[in-house]
Design a binder for this molecule. Structure first.
Ligand code: 5RP
Length: 234
């Protein structure tokens, strides 16, 4: 689905920079993916130097990395508020709307993003697009019983759904919630993302979309030799 080694230096630069946003005593939502992995590694170093935080991971992968790097983990099941959540993205538009779910973790990622006072995206410049759904297909999580019906309904909305296949397992990706992921491509970028999101969420059995609309108010973006703070276009 995506190359974990692509733009490694830029991902590392922005992951390390993002650690500066995390202050002593904070409860922090920690996203999923290769960019966030660099943040987790940096936080592990800072915790050894005395930083005192708790992290709410968005996936098993992130939970395992937090444990490996000594970040105290809190379970989102026991939480309704976080100080800050930091996460990667697959596409980011000028309004900081984003597509997420390249790691099939977008349902929990959206919960953890939504309960935070502040949600900050971290990415390299390759993720910036003028319009969403142009380079990266839109992931949606679907309960297995609804697979065929959801595919039909998505086609009626003008999208082409593809069931995501696992890489080192036969058959489909099964999410941490026991569901499938459909990656939807569109011939033309959808103009009304809110409408599209609502129509998708209205499909019975479709649990969550990878559209993160209006949630991020800041993004840290890595370019070849610098990291810039971006705010939504007004
Ligand atoms: C996982 C995600 C990731 O944040 C997104 O795919 C970006 O990943 P990476 O930092 O590896 O490019 O949404 O569900």
């Amino acid at each position: 689905m995506k190359s974990l080694s692509s733009n490694k230096e830029m991902k590392q630069m922005v992951g390390i920079k993002a650690a500066d946003l995390i202050k002593d005593g904070m409860k922090v939502g920690i996203g999923t993916g290769s960019t966030v992995t660099f943040l987790i590694e940096e936080l592990g170093l800072r915790i050894k130097d005395g930083l005192n935080i708790q992290g709410a991971p968005t996936s098993y992968g992130t939970k395992l990395l937090c444990v490996k790097h000594g970040i105290p983990v809190i379970d989102s099941m026991q939480l309704n508020h976080l100080d800050l959540t930091i996460d990667g993205a697959d596409e980011i538009d000028p309004y900081l709307n984003a597509i997420k779910g390249g790691g099939a973790a977008h349902s929990v990622e959206k919960v953890i993003a939504s309960m935070a006072d502040e949600f900050i995206l971290i990415a390299d410049e390759s993720k910036l697009v003028d319009s969403l759904c142009t380079k990266f297909p839109l992931p949606v999580e679907v309960i297995p019983a609804a697979l065929s019906y959801a595919e039909q309904q998505i086609r009626q909305l003008g999208g082409t759904p593809v069931l995501r296949s696992a890489l080192r397992k036969d058959g489909p990706v099964v999410t941490e919630n026991g569901n499938f992921v459909l990656d939807i491509s569109f011939d033309n970028a959808p103009k009304d993302l809110e409408l599209l999101n609502n129509k998708l969420l209205n499909i019975p059995g479709l649990l969550e979309t990878g559209l993160f609309l209006g949630i991020a108010k800041k993004a840290l973006i890595a370019y070849q030799d610098t990291v810039k703070l971006i705010v939504p276009r007004t």
